[in-house]
Design a protein around this ligand. Structure first.
Ligand code: 5GP
Ligand code: ZN
Length: 112
């Protein structure tokens, strides 16, 4: 997708602080971190949200979660939070599936 900022990161057209890549995913640090560790794990292929990815490519969906857990461990955090925002009202601003990995501070519940 031409206008998609995350597709452009996958293509290497926009720089990102990439911490891990797998066959189907790329993990990079969020530009506006909300915790000491805040990484976005995205599929290399464009899908609009988590449910669309799970329908189109369940293996990639599972790989997002595995990758996030591996990054948390590699960065020294056992406890972590994983978040998918789906839809504008839920806080989604980039419409390319991304899994937020947050760790390194106490988390409150419910999220705002
Ligand atoms: P959303 O609000 O859609 O769930 O999350 C989008 C996230 O992407 C935000 O946390 C925002 O800071 C991050 N983000 C948006 N554009 C860029 C970018 O160009 N580079 C990086 N590293 N993060 C971005
Ligand atoms: Zn995209």
């Amino acid at each position: 997708m031409e206008d998609c900022i995350f597709c452009r990161i996958v293509a290497g057209e926009i720089p990102a602080d990439v911490v891990h890549t797998t066959e189907r995913t790329v993990a990079f640090r969020d530009q506006n971190p909300q915790a000491p560790l805040h990484v976005l794990v995205i599929p290399k292929e464009h899908h609009a949200n988590a449910a669309d990815l799970a329908t189109a490519d369940p293996a990639a969906s599972a790989e997002l979660v595995r990758t996030a857990a591996a990054v948390a461990t590699a960065e020294g955090y056992d406890d972590h939070r994983l978040v998918f925002n789906s839809g504008a009202e839920a806080g989604q601003t980039v419409f390319h599936t991304h899994l937020h990995l947050l760790a390194g501070r106490p988390m409150t519940w419910p999220p705002g």
